[in-house]
Write a protein that binds this ligand. Structure first.
Ligand code: DX5
Ligand code: ZN
Length: 219
C-alpha cells in the first residue's frame, strides 16, 4: 500500500534515552512519532504530556508528531498541544459531550493541526458518522486504551471495514489509524480491512533493530 504509514509509539521507548530512541526510528523510516498522553481519568494510567511534545518538536523540527490524547475533556488542551508543536491531535469521542467534541475538533483545525477522532473497542463505528467530514484521520483502538503491550483485538476488524466503506461512500479522504497490538502478524489483517496508519509500540521499540521491525510491519 503506497500510503501506508508507520507510527512508532514512544510509550514503549526508553524514557531515559528518548531522543536517541526517536532518532533511531526516524532514521529507520518512521512516518510519524506517536505520543500517548494519558490523564489517569479517561484511562487508568498516567504517561506524558505537553513538555515532552515541546522537547521533541525542538530537537526534531521536521518530525510528524501524532499526539493521541487519552484525556477527559480534551478541548481544554488543544491550544497547549498546538503551541507545543503537535502536527495531529487525536481526541476520543467518549471523552466529552458531542457538542464539545465538535468544538474541540474545530479548534484543532483552526490551529492548523490535523484533527483525528478515536473510538475505543466498545464504541460502534456509527458514532463517528457526525464528525466524518471534519476529520483528517480516524483512530480505531485495537486494544482497550491505557497500556502498551496488550493483545490485538481481532473483533475490531469489522469496525475498520465499516469505517473504510463509510469514508469511501462519502467520497472523503480520511486516513484510518489503528493502535494496539500491531505486529507483523496482525498488520496484514488491519491493512486488508482498510487501515493505512499503523501505531506500533512494543513491536518496534521492543526490538533491537527498529528499522527491521518497521520493515516487517510494512510487509
Ligand atoms: C494504548 C496506546 C498505544 C500503545 C500501543 O493505550 O494508545 O499507543 O502504546 O502499544 P503496543 O503497540 O505495544 O500495543
Ligand atoms: Zn496511542
Amino acid at each position: 500500500m503506497t500510503n501506508l504509514k508507520i507510527a512508532p509509539s514512544i510509550l514503549s521507548a526508553d524514557f531515559t534515552r528518548l531522543g536517541d530512541d526517536v532518532r533511531e526510528v526516524l532514521d529507520g523510516g518512521a512516518d510519524y512519532i506517536h505520543v500517548d498522553v494519558m490523564d489517569g481519568l479517561f484511562v487508568p494510567n498516567i504517561t506524558i504530556g505537553v513538555p515532552v511534545v515541546k522537547s521533541l518538536r525542538k530537537v526534531f523540527p521536521s518530525a510528524f508528531l501524532d499526539v493521541h490524547l487519552m484525556i477527559e475533556k480534551p478541548g481544554r488542551y488543544v491550544d497547549a498541544f498546538a503551541d507545543a508543536g503537535a502536527d495531529l491531535l487525536t481526541i476520543h469521542v467518549e471523552a466529552d459531550e458531542p457538542q464539545n467534541i465538535t468544538e474541540a475538533l474545530a479548534a484543532i483545525r483552526a490551529r492548523g493541526v490535523k484533527p483525528c477522532l478515536s473510538l475505543k473497542p466498545k464504541t460502534p463505528a456509527a458514532l463517528a458518522l457526525p464528525w466524518l467530514e471534519m476529520l483528517d484521520m480516524l483512530l480505531v483502538m485495537t486494544v482497550e486504551p491505557g497500556f502498551g503491550g496488550q493483545s490485538f483485538m481481532a473483533d475490531q476488524l469489522p469496525k475498520i471495514r465499516e469505517l473504510r466503506s463509510m469514508i469511501d461512500l462519502a467520497g472523503l479522504s480520511c486516513d484510518i489509524e489503528v493502535d494496539g497490538g500491531i505486529a507483523p502478524d496482525t498488520a496484514p489483517l488491519v491493512i486488508e480491512a482498510g487501515a493505512n496508519v499503523l501505531v506500533a509500540g512494543s513491536s518496534v521499540f521492543g526490538k533491537t533493530d527498529r528499522a527491521a521491525a518497521m520493515n516487517a510491519l510494512r510487509g
